[in-house]
Design a protein around this ligand. Structure first.
Ligand code: ZN
Length: 190
């Protein structure tokens, strides 16, 4: 089922996600819906907050982005990235490493808004997968950027918080409009 994506201005985007203690049938159904929603929106990642649930859960899929390659390493060995997509991360812990890298970023909760964001170029990830098994990997490229962006969501942090001051200043009118539109929709709900 495709779920509505929460837009900037909704308070859930600022909530830290609760840890998932058990992979219940409800959690499995939510994961399936989030993957479907991400694919439908042509996104490379989707966090639980973005479908209105403050949980430590995100899904990613960078397979289709051929011009921004990524690598994934498990136990020091390069693995076939496509075989690990879509990627489900539950209760992820990350350690960003490597040199700072600046690249374009967007977010499904901020339609039509893009900006260059600087982040460490590599990420060490430990998480549970959709079956509750522990997974550990190292990644770079777009996957590294996307993992850091999504894990930020799980902690209530948004990409606008990582923007250069001048960029955020430039985008101020668009951000204000988006926030106002979201709040107007929320105010109408009973
Ligand atoms: Zn996002």
């Amino acid at each position: 089922m495709i779920l509505p994506v929460v837009k900037y201005g909704h308070p859930v985007l600022r909530k830290k996600g609760a840890r998932i203690e058990a992979i219940t049938p409800e959690v499995k159904a939510l994961i399936a819906d989030m993957i479907e929603t991400m694919h439908d929106a042509l996104g490379v990642g989707l966090a639980a907050q973005q479908i209105g649930q403050a949980l430590q859960l995100t899904v990613l899929d960078v397979r289709e982005v051929k011009d921004r390659p990524s690598t994934m390493t498990v136990a020091g060995k390069l693995v076939d990235l496509a075989a690990h997509m879509p990627l489900v991360l539950i209760n992820p812990e990350i350690k960003p490493t490597g040199a700072p890298d600046t690249g374009p970023e967007g977010c499904l909760s901020f339609p039509e808004i893009y900006a260059d964001i600087t982040r460490p170029s590599e990420t060490e990830v430990t998480a549970l997968d959709a079956e509750g098994r522990t997974i550990r990997f190292h990644c770079d490229g777009l996957l590294s950027r996307a993992v850091q962006h999504e894990v930020d969501h799980l902690n209530g942090i948004l990409f606008i918080d990582r923007m250069e001051k001048a960029t955020k200043e430039e985008l101020k009118p668009e951000l204000a409009d988006l926030q106002a539109a979201t709040k107007a929709v929320l105010a109408k709900k009973p």
